[in-house]
Design a protein around this ligand. Structure first.
Ligand SMILES: C[S@@+](CC[C@H](N)C(=O)[O-])C[C@H]1O[C@@H](n2cnc3c(N)ncnc32)[C@H](O)[C@@H]1O
Length: 292
């Protein structure tokens, strides 16, 4: 879900944290939002993950394959929300996990969910911003950022920060969306973050899912108001009305960005490069907004 402010201005990241806190707290009070996601995704809904995003089974499958991580390596989940995606991946890939999010409520929820997936030594969650995670250089062999980059005040700085966390050969996976007629500049953005654009996987079901979900939110507006409270429900409805008209022709992808290996002769954590699944172009920076 993407937040659109209906509250008075405050320092930007505090305001963002407060809004996401309210949203995550409201979601935890009722199964309604998860039920609507499940209805919108149908069989593609990964119940256990319970994400606040477009995360479906095809995306979990893609991320599992693209990360190419080894057991015991460190995975970072940036903008982790209530933690389901990182926890699911860490369990599937036998990795360690650090998740971070600007919302303290989300971080507390993720920590509380940890025992359902991995032992306490394997996963930790912290409050931090995409632009300043506070994690050490090169600490991770993989990172995921699902439907969270649009929350960064400076997306280039956020990508640079996430790139900084990667060990040589490590990969960052990020979901992105593009409006029709906009030429992607992902390759250029990757280079600016010190990364190589390794692959672009199309997610054709993503815009259709958002359309179904937004229509469900609108159809259940009164229920959402009753169960979530006015402000969180209002934010969701604003998002639905704002995004529905711009969904036709939308392109959604999973980008795999890789930090170069320092020593090509030594096999690194990341394995070999694959071809992008669609040719990349240059051009102007997109106004992408991944609905969340
Ligand atoms: C749409 S939710 C997705 C959460 C999770 N990735 C998932 O797929 O379930 C976006 C998350 O990103 C977090 N977020 C947004 N902007 C952020 C920022 N600048 N720094 C850290 N977290 C941020 C929000 O608090 C929220 O939990």
């Amino acid at each position: 879900m993407t937040l659109h402010s209906v509250t008075p201005a405050a320092p930007q990241s505090q305001q963002l944290a407060a809004q996401y806190d309210a949203l995550h707290a409201a979601r935890a009070r009722t199964p309604l939002v998860a039920r609507l996601y499940a209805e919108a995704m149908g069989e593609d809904y990964p119940l256990e993950v319970n994400a606040s995003s477009s995360c479906d089974w095809p995306l979990l499958g893609l991320m599992t394959a693209r990360l190419r991580m080894r057991p015991g390596q460190l995975l970072v989940d940036a903008g982790c929300g209530s933690g389901g995606i990182g926890l699911w991946l860490a369990r599937a890939l036998a990795t360690r996990l650090v998740g971070f999010d600007v919302s303290p409520v989300a971080v507390a929820q993720a920590t509380a969910r940890r025992p359902g997936f991995v032992s306490a030594e394997r996963a930790a969650f912290r409050v931090a911003r995409l632009e300043a995670s506070g994690l050490p250089d090169g600490c991770a062999h993989g990172a995921v950022c699902v439907d969270a980059l649009s929350g960064a005040a400076d997306r280039t700085a956020a990508l640079r920060e996430l790139g900084r966390l990667l060990a040589p050969g490590g990969r960052l996976l990020a979901t992105r969306g593009l409006r029709p007629g906009v030429t992607p500049t992902w390759e250029k953005q990757a280079r600016a973050a010190g990364l190589i654009l390794e692959s672009v996987d199309e997610r054709p079901a993503e815009p259709v899912m958002w359309e179904r979900l937004y229509r469900l939110w609108i159809a259940h507006a009164e229920e959402l108001r009753c169960e979530l409270g006015d402000l969180p429900a209002q934010n969701m409805l604003i998002e639905a009305h704002r995004m529905l008209p711009v969904l036709p022709g939308r392109r959604a992808v999973l980008l795999t960005l890789r930090r170069a290996s320092t020593s090509p002769s030594v096999p690194d954590a990341a394995g070999t490069m694959t071809q992008p699944s669609r040719p990349q172009g240059g051009g102007s920076v997109s106004t992408e907004r991944t609905p969340q």
